[in-house]
Design a protein. Sequence first.
Lengths: 276, 288
Amino acid sequence: MSNTVLRARDLKRDYHVKEGLFGKTRTIHALKGVSFDLEEGKTLAVVGESGCGKSTLARILTLIDPATAGSLLIDEKIVDISAGHLTSELRRKVQIVFQNPYGSLNPRQKIGAVLEEPLVINTNTSPIERTALAHSMLKKVGLGPEHYNRYPHMFSGGQRQRIAIARALMLKPRLLVLDEPVSALDLSVQAQILNLLADLQEELNLTYVFISHDLSVVKYIADQVMVMYFGEVVEYGSRDDVFDNPQHDYTKTLFTATPRADVDSIKKRLAKKNAA
Amino acid sequence: MGILEIKNLSVEFDTVAGPFRALDGVNYSIDPGEVLAIVGESGSGKSVAMLAVMGLLPNTATVTADKMMFEDIDLASLNTSQRRQVIGKDISMIFQEPIASLNPCFTVGFQLTEALKAHTSLSGSQRQKRAEELLESVGIPNPKGSLTVFPHQMSGGQCQRVMIAMAISCAPKLLIADEPTTALDVTIQKQILDLLLTIQQDSGMALIMITHDMGVVAETADRVVVQYKGRQVEEADVLSLFESPKNAYTKALLSALPENATGDRLPTVQDFAKELTDAGISLEGVSK
């Protein structure tokens, strides 16, 4: 049985920017109507360049900003945070992991406190329970109990991203929004984090919205792909459809621009260079 | 005989915890007109090596080398003012963050003519004209108008174009590009890489690309040096590196590429632990 966790219908978001102190206000349409459905346990990848509205979408999905128009349904229930109906139950359903693991952890907070804070705010668990939950979560993301009392600066970038993922999972969310989670990481660490995400998705039946500009990562992790360009969805479909048969010109441009690291394309390039 | 010959280069930093060896006996040699890629993860010493060549390391660094020759100039023996005549003219460098590398307080035109003022005998109006030509050659629309523009009025890709224009303003024989496209979108990355390669081919200068992106290596390099934790683990021409990597670390790195994924999970460096230890590469301190 398929279970739609996230359903977006014609989401729009406008920002009003004032030009100068006495200037006129200008409206920027950051999101011009985005619709998609996402089933439980699946991954939707959102691809696009800077300024295409990826992060605006992430803010709407994680209930940080309200949408200007359109509707958002989580577990088939309409969510409207502009009316102020955001319950802690709803907050628990959606969590986010940010791009920069150096910036998203408080340097003065021990890892234990980082992990327990969401529980303190959103639940009534006792301190002992919270500690136990934090320890089991550390284990789940490949860290150990010895890390519980350490500060963020004592960790490498990959480990910090594990901590950020652990924090996001503390509330047992249904949906995890991952905003460029591996683009600040080295290649070998990136592989580890992608594997971790795949393991966690299998184990906890998580649904991912994976925001990225790296098409090779997207091709590896996504079930569905949505390509955005200047606030509009120019392509949306299953991974194989989008990668094998891109329809929109922008998607094609994106594919040709992505550097390819296979032997055939190197041979082709060298042949072209020698001919020139 | 290469344009740049470096033998047994080591760099040590004095830290509170004692000396830290960031670079341990690496060799580079690059011929005129060649594109060399230095690839490695953070901490592999790829940037430190080139900063040592440029003489841009802080005082806490100790640079030792058996040989550090640029053409017939011994880079190690230069004093500051002698170095200044080479750096920026015959060897120039592009950095990762184009917006951070430009001075926000001065116009693009001013910053572009600075190097010309220092290294050429052109007059003011000639410099202005040359700056205009440079901006045109790197594909900035309306080059004349762009001279009076400040960096914040340009996009990241345009700033990187300006940086390239600055770097090639004195027709360098060697251009070092340190992660030139990491901060840029893929479509812009493509444009910048194409631009760098076109300039490189037209002028016949040597180009060193420092990068962590195997895709960028595959798209640009003739020859590749792979570094890991300050050591050189492999050197090969680009095709043989991708076709038949010799070193265990290179193999691990290539198989960690998502596009080479075959199974459900990506192989990680840890999966190659045994081969790496056999090859004498310690995994100690590698993040898990």
